[in-house]
Design a protein around this ligand. Structure first.
Ligand SMILES: [Zn+2]
Length: 418
């Protein structure tokens, strides 16, 4: 992609008072734009990151054996009344009326819909187990929607639902999902803590959250310094000593990036979702649900992966892998040579399927180009200038490193794919 063609307008500073680093950097780098409180547009750079996160999550869900589907956001009141959540979840359930004055919800989660679908399809032990997931827009009628992508009213979420015969099988799957979540978060540049959590309005008997330690986080967690046991303070209160080893608990602020629930038969009961076992006995299907908010994961990754100059994207979710930056020269002949070489490198990278953003803008100083590059945080910077050309080289620098190194133009592909 040529940068001159990209819909991108970075900002040196923001006038309004935004305290959260990820919020500030994502706005300054023009990844997102606020439409209203807690409602964001994803601009081309931001959407590339979101799509990369979605790709990672989809891969790991398919590895788990889950099948993808797509459920409606707009749902009738009757569905929510069945589980009494029409009342219990208000707030934050988003409610509205259609033109016939019928009540609807804009769903924040999909247990009701999925249980109803399963109830019409699961009859016997032969139909189990099943796991389904979707990546879909969710809504929450938040009281306060500040904090950028950390607290949105409309957001993209991956939700996975599991259906099993027994609690034992359901918990085994729950453990598998936990492992797959750790993989997803690692691929997004994060290493979260797993903490025991309260099940809240989702319900069920067992629940864990994946927490990324960050001063911007709104969750308060306690972590045992000795054995690593962690819990959300919402669940255990402000205790001093660990339940497991009596070690001292340390208080931390954290961002929740994933939440898993073992629901048992809470929803199966509401919708009479039963299956007949081998011996003909009927039992309620045991369910689990597992969520990851994609924009929040993106913001958490920025919280952890940035410095004073901008974002430092982990390679797998970066909008581009390489930022190609020619440094203009006032000498015409040299300028022509720089342009020719840069075009050549650009096409060579593209041919090798290396995702590259080419800063072909003519009216920018080197300082402005480097400041933009540092702000938007593409992992590898390739600079072509009079100085590098005199050695038939480019200067390659990783965003997270201070110094770059000269690499011969002929060897650039070998260097980048190694
Ligand atoms: Zn402990």
């Amino acid at each position: 992609m040529k940068q001159s063609q990209l819909l991108l307008s970075t900002k040196k500073a923001i006038k309004s008072k935004i305290e959260i680093a990820s919020h500030q950097l994502l706005i300054r780098g023009d990844f997102i734009e606020e439409l209203a409180a807690g409602i964001y547009s994803f601009l081309p750079l931001g959407f590339l990151v979101l799509k990369n996160i979605e790709k990672i999550i989809r891969e790991e869900m398919i590895n788990l054996g889950a099948q993808e589907l797509f459920l409606p956001a707009l749902q009738p009141k009757e569905l929510w009344a069945k589980t009494t959540r029409w009342k219990k979840m208000d707030p934050p359930l988003f409610k509205l009326k259609d033109r016939h004055q019928k009540d609807f919800a804009l769903a924040p989660t999909h247990e009701e819909v999925i249980t109803q679908i399963a109830q019409k399809r699961i009859y016997s032990f032969r139909d189990l187990p099943k796991a389904v997931f979707q990546v879909q827009t969710k809504f929450r009628n938040e009281m306060r929607a500040t904090g950028g992508l950390l607290r949105q009213r409309e957001f993209l979420m991956k939700d996975l639902y599991s259906l099993h015969q027994t609690e034992k099988e359901a918990i085994l799957f729950y453990e598998k999902v936990k492992n797959s979540y750790f993989k997803i978060f690692r691929r997004c540049g994060l290493s979260p803590f797993l903490v025991e959590a309260s099940s809240g309005t989702i319900g069920g008997t067992l629940s864990h959250e994946f927490m990324v330690e960050s001063p911007s986080g709104e969750d308060r967690i306690l972590i045992c310094k000795k054995c690593g046991f962690g819990a959300n303070m919402e669940k255990i209160g402000n205790i001093k000593n660990c339940q497991k080893c009596k070690g001292r608990m340390e208080r931390k602020n954290a961002i929740e990036v994933g939440h898993v629930f073992y629901l048992s038969d809470k929803y199966s009961k509401s919708f009479n979702l039963k299956f007949s076992a081998k011996d003909g006995q009927k039992s309620y299907v045991k369910m689990g649900c597992f969520g990851i908010g994609l924009p929040r994961l993106m913001a958490a990754s920025v919280e952890i992966n940035h410095d004073e100059r901008g974002i430092v994207w982990p390679k797998e979710i970066a909008p581009f892998l390489v930022h190609l930056i020619p440094i203009p020269s006032k000498n015409n002949a040299i300028q022509k040579e720089i342009e020719k070489t840069s075009d050549f490198v650009y096409h060579t990278l593209q041919k090798s399927k290396i995702n590259v953003l080419y800063d072909d803008r003519k009216n920018r100083t080197p300082g402005e180009k480097f400041a933009d590059a540092d702000l938007i945080g593409i992992p590898i910077r390739v600079v072509i200038s009079e100085k590098t050309l005199s050695k038939e080289s480019t200067e390659i620098k990783e965003r997270k490193e201070k110094e770059g190194k000269l690499v011969k133009i002929k060897k650039i592909i070998n260097f980048l794919v190694k």
